[in-house]
Design a protein around this ligand. Structure first.
Ligand code: 5GP
Length: 131
């Protein structure tokens, strides 16, 4: 099982922001900004565009709902949706509350927030998530 599958299964701890039967959302451990969330399919699939049409459609609808929760919890101009990176071989969408485009610059230094604050951020998003 890859690391993100273990996170979705609860075998590795994470700061949960939202979930349903098929998808799971949790805070990026090294966020670009507060509220930076990863959305993953529970199913092990590496490349997002290997997903079937109906699965990727449901994935996007779930990400849309998570983005709405982030935007309510962390008011911003827009929530950016980004798919990039080769680090973890499990499809993941980055959702990043954005005040300006600089907030989505992945070359920037990442934040390292205390555990308590990470939990508070996740709880705030989770409280706003509507299935
Ligand atoms: P990418 O493949 O998109 O470049 O990077 C994977 C992302 O997942 C990075 O932003 C990294 O901080 C995040 N990440 C990697 N491992 C973990 C982990 O174990 N837990 C969490 N919450 N995030 C992780």
């Amino acid at each position: 099982m890859d690391i993100f599958s273990k996170i979705a299964a609860g075998e590795i701890p994470s700061y949960k922001c939202a979930e349903n039967e098929e998808f799971y959302a949790f805070l990026d451990i090294n966020p670009l900004v507060k509220g930076h969330t990863l959305v993953i399919p529970r199913r092990e699939v590496d490349y997002i565009f290997d997903m079937e049409d109906d699965e990727i459609a449901r994935y996007q609808v779930f990400a849309k709902k998570v983005a709405a929760a982030i935007k309510t919890a962390y008011p911003c101009v827009k929530v950016a949706e980004v798919v990039l990176g080769l680090e973890v071989p499990h499809a993941h969408i980055h959702l990043i509350p954005m005040q300006s485009e600089a907030d989505v610059d992945f070359r920037r230094a990442k934040l390292q927030l205390p555990q308590e604050e990470m939990q508070q951020i996740a709880d705030r998003i989770y409280a706003e998530f509507v299935k």
